[in-house]
Design a protein around this ligand. Structure first.
Ligand code: UDX
Ligand code: UDX
Length: 454
């Protein structure tokens, strides 16, 4: 089928490439020319393990095209995905200006029956709002005033760093629309994934589903599909804030959160995933989606008590690290602190709402000298204080440090040479913000180990 993806970011790019991989013809559109020029040369503008291989393969197979020409994309496809950014405004509301601009462009160029798919996470009820924008634009700008279209909500559940696996082997696919024919078209588009009938042998990523297991599809109305995305993300964020609160109590009573999480997770009603205590959740989705859902509740005169609580717990959790630094160093001013990890989580270069950034900015404000290292983030994010020194070598970031903080649990940090670290640090304090390190091993080497909830 012919597909157009508008907005080729973390979600749009992975979605487009994977749809091409399963045999569709995909035109990817973005308004950042530099991004498109890189993609035409099979260079990915984002770090997503395995993605570049698929871009190159599908460019060669001529199933994948990149352009800034939205008119070309709209007029040469039957299904148009909108996956432009929906960042948070300062009051927590989702910024829909990009979705609005793109929907108006689609209305202007639409040249025959189309399906318009909301992939971007949009507030509840936005499907109807997109429909209104497209209709208004058709009446105002389109030569064919009677052109038909349907709007579908098809929320994404991709985790950065495992987005390709999550696309080929999803737990479920959600399709929301009031149009039966649009739903049938989407079922046809996704049938290789639903049936798991695509040639997954040719895909060098671990198969996440038992062999032969089909992917369940939830078909609903637009609003329910939009709510599934917000409710799922907010629940996952709740689970993390919950385990972080339990970790904080563990610290007081002397329990070990790793054992507590293990004992909890074996209950099939709870499950072991998303029970890792640490410095809390960041990224481009949880903070934005939880705030947007709370905002929607408030718009209807409700007080989202649980959502407000998980936001507060999460905000305080990252500042607990600053408190631990003050407890250990007493005087932070003038001290050198090494921070390992800038990305909001491992296997991504995304630093949006990363806990590491608010922790480093707070410590800079207390007068600390900070040397930071990340295996993939090699340029300082705009949101990070320019006083932070970005090291290109992990041991260089640790040399002379009075205290070391682990903020992102990259695998490579597990295998650091701690005997060498002991010899190059000024002091022996390690704060493990993600409970990544082997506490017993570090204690034996003479470090003062401080974890989260243990
Ligand atoms: C986006 C939404 O932010 C998120 O809510 C949704 O769940 C998935 O899609 P993400 O892919 O991370 O997430 O967004 P981002 O990485 O910001 O990519 C958006 C892309 O759209 C960027 O490449 C941007 O250049 C492009 N864009 C934005 C356009 O092409 N046109 C516009 O008008 C605005
Ligand atoms: C999330 C959702 O998982 C995905 O379904 C949705 O489509 C987009 O948002 P992502 O933001 O990429 O994906 O990362 P995820 O792996 O969910 O982690 C989110 C945050 O929670 C990260 O900051 C991570 O460090 C934190 N986290 C995750 C924990 O602190 N503890 C955990 O046990 C798991």
């Amino acid at each position: 089928m012919k597909v157009c993806i508008i907005g080729v970011g973390y979600v749009g790019l992975v979605t487009g490439v994977c749809l091409a991989e399963i045999g569709h013809n995909v035109i990817c559109v973005d308004n950042v020319e530099a991004k498109i020029e890189k993609l035409k040369k099979a260079v990915s503008p984002i770090y997503e393990p395995g993605l570049e291989g698929f871009i190159e393969k599908n460019l060669k197979a001529q199933r994948l095209k990149f352009t800034t020409d939205i008119k070309y994309g709209v007029q040469n496809s039957e299904i148009i995905f909108i996956s432009v950014g929906t960042p948070s405004l300062s009051n927590g509301q989702a910024d829909l200006s990009y979705v609005e601009a793109v929907a108006a462009e689609v209305g202007k160029y639409i040249n025959g029956e189309k399906i318009i798919v909301n992939k971007s996470t949009v507030p509840i009820g936005s499907g109807d709002w997109v429909s209104m924008i497209v209709s208004e634009s058709i009446q105002k700008n389109n030569p064919d005033k009677n052109v038909k279209f349907s709007v579908v909500s098809n929320p994404e559940f991709l985790r950065e760093g495992s987005a390709i696996g999550d696309t080929f082997f999803p737990d479920r696919i959600v399709i929301g629309s009031s149009s039966k024919s649009a739903i049938d078209k989407m079922l046809e588009l996704y049938s290789p994934l639903i049936e798991q009938s695509f040639d997954w042998h040719s895909i060098d990523i671990p198969r996440l589903l038992p062999k032969g297991q089909k992917v369940p599809v939830v078909v609903s109305d637009l609003t329910s599909a939009e709510m599934i995305k917000y409710a799922a993300n907010s629940f996952l964020a709740t689970k993390i804030s919950y385990i972080n609160e339990i970790a904080n109590i563990c610290e007081k009573v002397g329990a070990d959160i790793l054992k507590v999480a293990e004992g909890m997770g074996l209950d099939s009603r709870i499950g072991p995933k998303f029970l890792s205590a640490g410095i809390g959740w960041g990224g481009s989705c949880f903070p934005k989606d939880v705030s947007a859902l709370a905002y929607i509740a408030n718009e209807y005169g409700m007080t989202p008590q649980i959502l407000n609580s998980i936001i507060n717990v999460n905000r305080e959790q990252r500042l607990k690290i600053v408190k631990k630094v003050q407890d250990e160093l007493k005087i932070v001013k003038g001290k050198t602190i090494s921070v390992l990890g800038i990305a909001f989580k491992p296997n991504t270069d995304d630093t949006r709402e990363a806990p590491s950034i608010s922790i480093m900015n707070s410590l800079i404000n207390l007068g600390a000298r900070i040397k930071a290292y990340d295996p993939v983030v090699k340029e300082k994010p705009q949101t990070l204080s320019e006083k932070v020194i970005l090291s290109q070598d992990v041991y260089d970031s640790i040399k002379g440090a009075d205290l070391l903080i682990l903020t992102t649990e990259w695998d490579e940090f597990k295998n650091l040479d701690f005997s060498k670290i002991k010899s190059i640090m000024n002091n022996n304090i390690i704060i493990d913000g993600r409970n990544l390190f082997d506490r017993e091993k570090l204690l034996k080497l003479g470090f003062k180990y401080i974890g989260i909830g243990r």
